[in-house]
Design a protein around this ligand. Structure first.
Ligand SMILES: Nc1ncnc2c1ncn2[C@@H]1O[C@H](COP(=O)(O)OP(=O)(O)OP(=O)(O)O)[C@@H](O)[C@H]1O
Ligand SMILES: [Mg+2]
Length: 165
């Protein structure tokens, strides 16, 4: 196996709850400026994962799909915010530029569904998560970190879930 693949982490989920639990662990690591780019088809589990991420991050608000608003902004007890973007209806760079990423990144982590649609405007360093349907109740998630910070984050997550092996 090429050494570069070691930074990737594949997780096989057997239920929506298990997907949420992965999200809860991940959410606990997130800091302002962190970008989580979710890619995967309709129903692959992106919003389910975000529900867990938000819970682990410490959200006070209920989490739903930002279907009509493009961006949902969630609160926590401190001043931090969690931004949840659904890029499904965005058309490339033009639409994405109005999002004002810099303002969001200064205030909290940003999680994006359908991130592949606005790839051009995303920062070079991020955590990409590709979700795939693998059967009824089953989903495969490939975590692909870009940049040292996210490589370390995935390594910590892997250790937390499976220990040092
Ligand atoms: N292991 C699993 N992980 C996540 N969701 C699962 C799993 N097994 C079944 N599901 C079901 O699949 C659906 C996933 O829906 P969800 O809204 O999370 O997908 P999505 O990727 O956000 O879709 P969309 O592209 O429409 O936003 C839910 O109904 C969920 O209960
Ligand atoms: Mg969704």
């Amino acid at each position: 196996m090429p050494i570069l693949d070691d930074r990737n982490f594949e997780f096989f989920s057997h239920s929506p709850d298990q997907t949420r639990r992965l999200g809860i662990h991940l959410g606990g690591y997130l800091r302002p400026g962190d970008v989580i780019a979710l890619e995967g088809n309709l129903g692959s589990g992106k919003t389910t994962l975000v529900q867990g991420i938000a819970q682990g991050w410490g959200v006070l608000d209920p989490v739903s799909s930002p279907t009509y608003v493009i961006v949902n902004e969630y609160r926590r007890a401190d001043a931090q915010r969690l931004f949840h973007i659904d890029a499904y209806r965005l058309e490339g760079t033009f639409d994405a530029e109005i999002l004002d990423f810099d303002r969001m990144l200064a205030q909290g982590p940003v999680v994006i569904e359908w991130a592949e649609r606005i790839r051009e405007v995303l920062p070079g360093e991020l955590l990409r998560i590709r979700l795939d349907y693998t059967g009824i109740g089953h989903r495969a998630m490939m975590l692909n970190p870009e940049g040292k910070h996210f490589v370390a984050l995935v390594e910590n997550l892997r250790r937390k879930l499976y220990g040092d092996f």
